[in-house]
Design a protein around this ligand. Structure first.
Ligand code: PGA
Ligand code: ZN
Length: 426
C-alpha cells in the first residue's frame, strides 16, 4: 500500500543564501521522497504566499522556521497513514487544511515541499523515475527546448539593464543534448566577448552575465554576435527569448525603461516590443506587459501573437483562474509554469492541462532562488511542456535541471523526441 509514516522538514539555504524548506516524506516500506522549494525575487502579485518568519534576529527576517513547523506539526499529523500514490487527494487535503486562497496559513512553501516530496516518494515506492511515475500512460516523451538566460538584468543583477532576462533558444539542434552543447558554446563565446570589452564577466542570480550595457538592444546585439562567433546561424539554429519582467518597472501607468531614458504608455510599449521582434530573431517574449495591464496584453497579442510566443508569468501565476481569463480575452498565447506560484503539484498539473487543451505553449520554469532540487525537469518531460527555462550555462543550481534532462534523454534513448524548431511560429 505504501503509506506515509512520517514527514520531516528543515531549514536549508537556497542559491542566494536565503533560507528555504527541505522536506522528507517517509513510507512504511522504508523508502522516502525529498523535495526542496525555490523562491522568486520578481514575484507576481497574485502568487501563492511564501511564509517567512519576519524575525529580524535571524536571516534578516527571511527564516522559514514557521513553515518548517507547519510541515511537522500541522501537515504531518493530517497525512500520516495515507497512501502516498494519492497525490490529488493529499494536495486537496493540504489546501483544505490551509483554508485560504493564497495558502496564507500554512505557507505555500510548506505545502509545496510536502506535495513534491510526496511525488518523489510515490515514484521511489514504485521504483520508477519521477517523470514516468507522473504520467504512466505516456509512451513517447518530448524533451523540452531549453531557454537559457545568458544575460541577466532587472531584479536579478546589479547592473543597469531594464529587461530581466536575455535567453538563447537552441531550437535548431536535433536533440536535447545537442541543444545544451549549442548553448554552452555560445555562453563561452559571450564570456570572452564581454571580457574583451573590458567588462566584468561575473554572473547574476541565474548564472548569466550581468555587464553594464548602455541599452537593452546592446544586450541583443552582443548575443547575436556570440551566436555567430560560435558558428551558429541566428534564427535558424539559435534564436532569442526575452523575459522583460515589465511589472518590475511599470509605475503610474507607464513603462520606465531607465537605461534608455524612456517612459512609455501601454501602446508605446507594445510598439517598442514589436520593433525589437522585427529587428532581432526573437521568438518569445515573457511578461512584455504589466501583470495588471490586461488590455496591453491584448494589444501585444493582436500585434505579435501570430508568430511570436507571448508568455504570461506574473500575469497568470500558474493559476487556472487567471489562465482562463487570458484564454477568454486572448491575452498571451503561452504560460510560464512555476510550481511555487501555486503551491501544489496537482494544481500545477491542472494549469498545464488547461494550457495544453487551449493550444497555449507551456514553459516550465525555475525561480531565481533555487536549490539542487530538479523535480521541474521531470515535470517538463511528463506534462507535454515544450520548453524549460532553468537559467544559464553556469552554477550547479541551474545545471542540475539541465543535467537531469541529459540523464532522462540517456535513459529514454529512442523513446524520446526533441520539439526543436517546430514549436516556434516565426
Ligand atoms: P523570479 O524571476 O524567480 O525572481 O520571480 C523569474 C521570472 O520572472 O521568470
Ligand atoms: Zn518571468
Amino acid at each position: 500500500m505504501n503509506r506515509i509514516i512520517d514527514i520531516d522538514a528543515l531549514e536549508i539555504l537556497d542559491s542566494r543564501g536565503f533560507p528555504t524548506v527541505r522536506t522528507t516524506v517517509l513510507l512504511d516500506n522504508g523508502t522516502a521522497g525529498v523535495a526542496m522549494v525555490p523562491s522568486g525575487a520578481s514575484t507576481g502579485e497574485r502568487e501563492a504566499f511564501e511564509l517567512r518568519d519576519n524575525d529580524a534576529a535571524r536571516y534578516l527576517g527571511k527564516g522559514v522556521l514557521k513553515a518548517v513547523k507547519n510541515v511537522k506539526q500541522k501537515i504531518a499529523p493530517a497525512l500520516k497513514g495515507l497512501e502516498v500514490h494519492k497525490q490529488n487527494y493529499i494536495d486537496q487535503l493540504m489546501i483544505e487544511l490551509d483554508g485560504t486562497p493564497q495558502k496564507k496559513n500554512l505557507g505555500a512553501n510548506a505545502i509545496l515541499s510536502v506535495s513534491l516530496a510526496v511525488a518523489h516518494a510515490s515514484a521511489n515506492a514504485n521504483k520508477t523515475p519521477l517523470f514516468k511515475n507522473l504520467n504512466k500512460d505516456l509512451q513517447n516523451f518530448f524533451l523540452p527546448v531549453p531557454l537559457m538566460n545568458v544575460i541577466n538584468g532587472g531584479q536579478h543583477a546589479n547592473n543597469n539593464i531594464d529587461f530581466q532576462e536575455f535567453m538563447i533558444v537552441p531550437h535548431g539542434a536535433n536533440c536535447f543534448s545537442e541543444s545544451i552543447r549549442y548553448g554552452a558554446e555560445v555562453f563561452q563565446k559571450l564570456k570572452s566577448m564581454i571580457e574583451k570589452m573590458g567588462m566584468s564577466s561575473a554572473v547574476g542570480d541565474e548564472g548569466g552575465f550581468a555587464p553594464n550595457l548602455d541599452s537593452n538592444e546592446h544586450a541583443l546585439s552582443l548575443i547575436l554576435d556570440s551566436i555567430e562567433s560560435a558558428g551558429y546561424a541566428p534564427g535558424e539554429d539559435i534564436s532569442i527569448a526575452l523575459d522583460v519582467a515589465s511589472s518590475e518597472f511599470y509605475k503610474d501607468n507607464l513603462y520606465h525603461i531607465d537605461s534608455e531614458g524612456l517612459k512609455l504608455n501601454s501602446e508605446e510599449m507594445c510598439s517598442f516590443l514589436t520593433k525589437l521582434v522585427k529587428n532581432y530573431p526573437i521568438v518569445s517574449i515573457e511578461d512584455g506587459m504589466d501583470q495588471n495591464d490586461w488590455t496591453g496584453w491584448q494589444k501585444l497579442t493582436s500585434s505579435l501573437g501570430n508568430d511570436t510566443q507571448l508568455v504570461g508569468d506574473d500575469l497568470f501565476v500558474t493559476n487556472v483562474e487567471f489562465l482562463q481569463k487570458g484564454i477568454n480575452e486572448k491575452s498571451a498565447n503561452s504560460i510560464l509554469i512555476k510550481v511555487n506560484q501555486i503551491g501544489t503539484l496537482s494544481e500545477t498539473l491542472s494549469t498545464i492541462e488547461l494550457a495544453n487543451a487551449n493550444n497555449f505553449e507551456v514553459v516550465v520554469s525555475h525561480r531565481s532562488g533555487e536549490t539542487e532540487d530538479n523535480s521541474i525537469s521531470d515535470l517538463a518531460c511528463s506534462s507535454g511542456a515544450t520548453q524549460i527555462k532553468a537559467g544559464s550555462m553556469s552554477r550547479s543550481d541551474r545545471l542540475s535541471k539541465y543535467n537531469r534532462l541529459l540523464v532522462i534523454e540517456h535513459m529514454l534513448g529512442a523513446d524520446c523526441s526533441f520539439s526543436g524548431s517546430k514549436i516556434f511560429k516565426k
